[in-house]
Design a protein around this ligand. Structure first.
Ligand code: IMP
Ligand code: MG
Length: 176
């Protein structure tokens, strides 16, 4: 297995991630079976999780993509920019926001605020990982893959300055 020297340990293997994503997919299938939901991927971190998750949901749905940005290296800048790109009219839609991680909670709080203004019928947030000990604003995802300690992770979409997103597992970043 390819483990770059900056990765000190593997936190979740591809198999563990896959099994949990199937479970979340089953929960979402039961909930959205007759709703034709819109799954929104928060670029870029959630892209890998998103592509596995939508394939684990076994009912009709649509997909689209928005952007949020706040991190520089391993530090959150606290300044969240949300770009709704060209998602079009989501009023009356059941929207499922798919994000990589809830850390300070600022990104998801801001994304939820921006999307609420577009009058969806419902908004639900799914995160692969959650670091509740780092919360700076009040926000909790509706569905979470795994709760983790205050660690900086890379791989499976997670990056450090743009690197390591392609690793097929979630690893702990050592900083060296
Ligand atoms: P929040 O706004 O502080 O909740 O930060 C959310 C964003 O920070 C996520 O979408 C990630 O892009 C990034 N982030 C937070 N923790 C990590 C991490 O451990 N590794 C990589 N990116 C992270
Ligand atoms: Mg992100």
């Amino acid at each position: 297995m390819y483990v770059p020297r900056e990765v000190e340990s593997v936190l979740f293997t591809r198999e563990q991630l896959g099994a949990r994503i199937e479970q979340i997919g089953d929960e979402l299938t039961a909930e959205y079976a007759d709703k034709n939901p819109l799954f929104l991927c928060i670029l870029r971190g959630a892209a890998i999780f998103f592509s596995d998750l939508v394939r684990a949901v076994k009912c009709p749905l649509e997909i689209d993509f928005i952007r949020a940005h706040s991190y520089s290296g391993t530090k959150s800048t606290g300044n969240v920019e949300v770009d709704l790109m060209n998602i079009g009219d989501i009023s009356g839609r059941d929207v499922v926001i798919v994000e990589d991680i809830c850390d300070s909670g600022r990104s998801l709080a801001e994304i939820n605020r921006a999307l609420s203004e577009c009058n969806p019928r419902s908004l639900k947030t799914v995160c692969l990982l959650d670091k509740p000990s780092r919360r700076a604003v009040e926000f909790d995802p509706d569905l979470t893959g795994f709760v983790i300690d205050d660690l900086f992770v890379v791989g499976f979409g997670f990056d450090c300055d743009g690197k390591f997103r392609n690793l097929p597992y979630v690893g702990v970043y050592s900083g060296n």
